[in-house]
Design a protein around this ligand. Structure first.
Ligand SMILES: Nc1nc2c(ncn2[C@@H]2O[C@H](COP(=O)(O)OP(=O)(O)OP(=O)(O)O)[C@@H](O)[C@H]2O)c(=O)[nH]1
Ligand SMILES: [Mg+2]
Ligand SMILES: [Zn+2]
Length: 341
């Protein structure tokens, strides 16, 4: 008999599942699922609801089915495979964590936003380590709020987590949040506070570059003190953007909305007369910085698309080469057999 459970941890091909308050065990997918899997999305991910068969006095389980996902938060992996990496599923909020030291970078936040918006989860920007810049924190927060209108921004510090009273709003029972961000920004430190115990290992950051050392290595789902669930993730190294154009358009809907209003449909928004972008900037309706941000992110998206297309081309060339070589290998045998006859 199958019981519903949730995937709370993923380690290589094993999944930790939980089906009641204190019942957890490791599970593998069934042979049938393994056989039918075509891509990454056919395998379980942290946050998934799965149907399991419990074996051996609840020591082991077999996953028979993944229930339909409400949301899937993923990241394209360029260079390795075209398969997206699933960060987690069935998530309501994406907490984008950035620390108030060298990590703070608008471009990086924009990329994380693109990921959150692409997956239809609500992004929340968390500025950690505010104790390092007590004087400037309020300004950072208001700058980011102006830069990303409509997206909540909160500053916090590990010495005063208790003051961060906004978490109850997001983490009410029934809600799930995933925490993403670079390594060493304090994701696990925050999760330890949210779950009310020092359960997860955190690490001192390297002196030189202010970055952590990838202390967290797997994704894990925990129950927060507010009733909702939170998923801790390993720090991200680089962010591939390739398939996040949709998120880009959602994030810059004000900019994209102006495009249709240019006099010429093929306006390059440079020196053309009647350019809605130039006019909006001149009228103070569009911040020049925001336009610059759009251009930069758009260029990155385009560059990674070109890169992917090139890779595909190379792969196809290789395939063609292989089949030509295969033909050639066949030919001599063919001839020799002809000669014999
Ligand atoms: N000053 C200061 N340091 C903090 C704060 N929060 C976390 N740290 C420190 O930052 C370092 C890294 O914290 P972690 O929680 O391990 O970072 P992480 O984001 O989980 O890192 P990965 O697991 O590698 O992705 C630790 O030494 C923490 O003590 C804070 O609010 N202020
Ligand atoms: Mg961590
Ligand atoms: Zn224009």
């Amino acid at each position: 008999m199958c019981v519903p459970s949730r995937v709370i941890c993923e380690e290589r091909a094993l999944y930790k599942v939980q089906w009641s308050e204190d019942a957890t065990c490791w599970a593998a997918i069934s042979g049938k699922m393994q056989h039918q899997a075509m891509s990454r999305k056919d395998y379980p991910a942290v946050g998934d609801w799965v149907l399991i068969e419990i074996l051996d006095d609840a020591d082991k389980a077999i996953i028979h089915q993944i229930c339909p996902r409400k949301t899937t938060i993923y990241r394209k992996q360029i260079g390795e495979s075209s398969d997206a990496q699933i960060l987690s599923t069935n998530v309501d909020y994406t907490f984008i964590v950035t620390s108030l030291n060298e990590d703070l970078n608008e471009r990086r936040i924009e990329r994380y936003l693109a990921i959150a918006l692409d997956s239809d989860t609500a992004p929340v920007i968390l500025l950690t380590k505010s104790d390092l810049y007590p004087e400037e924190t309020a300004e950072f927060v208001s700058d980011l709020k102006a830069l990303f209108p409509g997206i909540p921004v909160h500053a916090l510090s590990k010495d005063s987590f208790e003051q961060a009273d906004f978490f109850g709003e997001y983490l009410e029972t029934g809600k799930t949040a995933v925490i993403i961000g670079s390594s060493g920004v304090g994701k696990s430190t925050l999760v330890n506070f949210l779950i009310g115990k020092d359960k997860i290992k955190t690490q001192e950051i390297r002196e030189k570059d202010g970055r952590g050392r990838h202390t967290t290595t797997s994704r894990n789902l925990y129950v927060s003190r507010f009733g909702g669930l939170v998923i801790d993730t390993p720090g991200m190294r680089e962010l591939a953007l390739s398939d996040h154009t949709q998120g880009l358009e959602a994030e810059f809907s004000d900019v994209v909305g102006l495009f249709g209003q240019c006099k010429f449909s093929d306006c390059k928004h440079q020196t053309e007369p009647g350019c809605a972008i130039k006019e909006a900037i001149a009228d103070g309706l569009l911040e020049p910085d925001r336009w610059e941000s759009y251009l930069k992110l758009e260029a990155e998206v385009r560059a990674s698309q070109v890169k992917q297309e090139k890779m595909l081309e190379v792969q196809q060339k290789r395939k063609r080469k292989k089949s030509v070589t295969a033909e050639r290998v066949k030919e001599p045998n063919h001839r020799s057999s002809k000669r014999k006859n």
